[in-house]
Design a binder for this molecule. Sequence first.
Ligand SMILES: Cc1cc2nc3c(=O)[nH]c(=O)nc-3n(C[C@H](O)[C@H](O)[C@H](O)COP(=O)(O)OP(=O)(O)OC[C@H]3O[C@@H](n4cnc5c(N)ncnc54)[C@H](O)[C@@H]3O)c2cc1C
Length: 375
Amino acid sequence: MNHVYQEGRDFAKAYIAPYTDLTDRESRFPQESFRELGEQGFLKLLIPEEYGGLGKGLEEHAQACLAFAETCSTTALCYMMHNVAVMCLVTHGSGDLKKKIFTDIIENGKFLALAYSEFGSGTHFYITEMTAEVDGEYTTFNGKKSMVTSASYASYYLVLAPSIEEGKINNWVFPLESKGLSFELSEWQGLGMRGNSSCPMHIDHVTLDSSHRIGAEGSGQEQVFNVVAPFFITGLGAIYSGTALHMYEIAAGHAANRKYPDGSTLSNIETIQVHIGNIYKQASAAKAITMEAARAGANGEADALAKILSARIFASEAAIECGRLAMRVGGGKAYNKALPLERLLRDAYAGQIMAPSADVLSVWLGKALTGQMIP
Ligand SMILES: Cc1cc2nc3c(=O)[nH]c(=O)nc-3n(C[C@H](O)[C@H](O)[C@H](O)COP(=O)(O)OP(=O)(O)OC[C@H]3O[C@@H](n4cnc5c(N)ncnc54)[C@H](O)[C@@H]3O)c2cc1C
């Protein structure tokens, strides 16, 4: 896979688009699309070549998320979480854990999810209230995660839990079939991203041996800030850029095709032209800043963090603004769901509140630029 963005767009048209409407209308997880994501190699995008993967990095991750979101934000979001979890294993997993899980992804089309947020700590997802009691080789976990995208569909869940080292956390892999793991599927009633299955996960005396811990004891924070943050935050930038571009495509197409009795179209009206221009401007800028952030991040450049934070904040706000303008262009037809714009606007609203939220990241960006400590 050498042209991930273009191949991702082609894939999305063939294997994501047919399910996008149902995904939203019936709050249905895009299982068929995920089966094909496995078949056609996208689930192994970030798995190193030595394990049979494609060995790609942050830039290709962003390209795939962008390409998928130009067709379906929900599918792109679930896919993005999988890639982030894979990266934790790539960078910190033991050889045995990588072999087991990467083989399952490549040969059986399995995928991963992130079970980090809790009801108490909310957007500050790296603060965990769950308990982890160690007894020799085994650890028994109790607690509840609040919103787990791909819940019950993913085969492995990355879970942040307290370490035995005071004030530190660990990143664990919970297999779906772990005894004591359950999901409250009916609790996912999202405004948008409706196919996500982002519901609570109950952890009731789940016992795992230490081979399920990713990395050294107490290395959870390091993984959150060095791996999860860049891949997750850049991934969100790509998803909301793709959502905004999708809005542009639909609004511009509608303006060109909507005819008045005198034969003129919406596109002939100057105000509509200005709206379309503003949507295009913001969507293109979101894409450009996100791809530049991914490039800077992949090359370890000094200002990569500031670029990544800026891209994610800008793209999630741009998607909401593009949706507002696109709904105006779409008129009553868009309002009455003849166009998918209202769905895209609902999807876009997830952007500003997903952890770390746009507000929290705005504070982090200011701190990064003024040389202050980020928590
Ligand atoms: C579609 C969707 C999918 C999700 N999927 C997952 C998933 O797969 N895994 C997962 O772990 N979590 C997931 N989440 C959860 C998400 O990442 C957040 O943890 C969750 O939305 C926080 O909700 P809350 O009501 O507890 O927010 P709160 O923490 O109560 O925050 C409420 C508001 O206050 C603001 N705020 C809070 N503290 C500060 C601060 N210090 N400075 C500035 N502003 C602040 C926040 O930005 C937010 O706007 C998902 C959320 C959504 C919407």
